[in-house]
Design a protein around this ligand. Structure first.
Ligand SMILES: Cc1cc2nc3c(=O)[nH]c(=O)nc-3n(C[C@H](O)[C@H](O)[C@H](O)COP(=O)(O)OP(=O)(O)OC[C@H]3O[C@@H](n4cnc5c(N)ncnc54)[C@H](O)[C@@H]3O)c2cc1C
Length: 383
């Protein structure tokens, strides 16, 4: 491991790898990426559902998606690696008048920004998936440009190109201390040695709060467990990769192999780093799932895992340099949307580090300042 670098990145998830790659595109190659585990992508990135969508409630999240989806589409040309990319749409089913009204208002905002979102009634919904039960459904929003892509394919594509360009990627290199001198960052200490660096980037996913503490910077990111269940094939399994979300329950599914990948949030889940599977949660998910998608009654679960969402107080990312510690940058708090925001966030952070400002889009509203100044920007459409 090098003893000095221009930039140290903490975390080998999609954020760390995307940032590393984009720094090299900016000509910054003396970079070390430190990952505590033995492999890249074993954190939230390797446990996520792979969805991307433009259907958000705030302009900044919509703009982040627009650029990120463009980057995923262009990934084979720009990064030189093939990835899985299904643009079969996201369908949000709404059953409560207030939420339906709010989704309709958000659809207007999305359309104003150029996103082709449609409001659908029962017939159009059933054309997309005839096996859904629409009991209680008032309507749906649908965007054909949303879809499912390839978290680990994208992560490894970025990591491969970053390595070729000179980035040193160190595994089993847990950062245990962030060193400071004269009010700025001066380096990190890991279990494998020390590295001096004037720029340190916290891309530690659900652990970003702990890494913030090492720097004396409060990074309000809370980890919370989410389960994923994958079924074997069954009669009536979906023909394409449409993501269906029953918004009031947050139950969602999309095609995976011959069956489906499905999940649901659990409002009673406490903040914690626990990632073991609690099979009793499946007992609570099944009735909700079968109510909305009755053919699932014939499906058998093939496998399951759990991972951590990294919640920020307003469900928006925290991006930029910590005001109280020059040289300490944060890319965290993606609140369950970090896979799809990975490409664009890597680009934005590389612009901030290399140029001191972003040119792709203005992300000043996402800085850590907002918590101090009480300028929160609440995302409503969290699943
Ligand atoms: C079940 C589930 C479903 C999801 N579905 C979606 C989805 O459909 N679409 C979407 O966009 N997002 C989804 N997400 C969210 C998405 O997975 C995350 O937002 C994203 O992967 C965050 O990437 P990251 O690189 O910041 O974090 P991670 O992938 O967790 O990477 C952080 C890395 O930092 C390392 N690390 C931590 N502390 C240290 C340290 N001290 N020293 C060195 N290394 C350290 C960790 O080991 C880890 O590898 C889902 C998440 C879960 C759990």
């Amino acid at each position: 491991m090098k003893s000095t670098a221009d930039v140290v990145i903490i975390g080998g998830g999609i954020m760390g790898c995307s940032i590393a790659y984009h720094l090299t595109r900016k000509g910054i190659r003396n970079v070390v990426l430190l990952e505590k585990e033995a492999m890249l992508g074993t954190g939230a990135t390797g446990r996520c559902s792979g969805g991307f969508r433009h259907q958000f409630s705030t302009e900044i999240n919509i703009r982040l998606s627009q650029e990120s989806v463009r980057m995923m589409q262009a990934f084979p040309e720009e990064v030189g690696e093939e990835i899985t990319f299904h643009q079969d749409g996201y369908l949000f089913l709404l059953t409560e008048a207030g939420a339906w009204e709010s989704f309709r208002r958000c659809a207007e905002l999305q359309r104003r920004l150029g996103v082709p979102v449609e409001l659908l009634g029962s017939e159009e919904i059933l054309r997309l998936n005839p096996n859904l039960s629409l009991e209680g459904v008032l309507g749906a929003t649908y965007c054909s440009k949303d879809g499912i892509s390839d978290p680990l394919g994208i992560l490894h594509g970025y990591a491969k190109r970053a390595r070729e360009a000179g980035v040193e990627i160190c595994m089993e290199a847990e950062v245990v201390e962030i060193e400071r001198q004269g009010g700025t960052v001066s380096g990190v200490r890991t279990r494998a040695g020390r590295i001096a660096a004037l720029v340190v980037i916290n891309a530690a996913g659900p652990q970003a709060g702990l890494v913030g503490d090492m720097a004396g910077v409060e990074v309000p990111v809370r980890p919370t467990r989410r389960h994923v269940f994958v079924t074997h094939g069954f009669p009536g399994s979906p023909p394409d990769h449409l993501m269906v979300i029953d918004f009031p329950s947050t139950f969602y599914f999309h095609k995976e192999g011959d069956g489906v990948l499905m999940g649901m949030s659990d409002p009673s889940e406490p903040y914690s780093f626990v990632q073991s599977v609690d099979w009793t949660f499946l007992e609570r998910l099944v009735p909700v799932a079968v109510h909305r998608y009755p053919v699932l009654a014939q499906a058998k679960v093939a496998r399951s895992w759990a991972g951590l969402y990294e919640m920020s107080p307003d469900a928006h990312p925290i991006l930029g340099e910590a005001p109280e510690l020059p040289g300490f940058f944060i890319a965290a708090g993606f609140s369950g949307h970090g896979f799809q925001q990975g490409p664009v966030v890597g680009k934005l952070i590389s612009e901030l580090v290399a140029d001191g400002r972003t040119s792709t889009m203005d992300i000043s509203s996402l800085s850590l300042h907002r918590f101090r100044e009480n300028r929160l920007v609440q995302e409503q459409q969290v699943v």
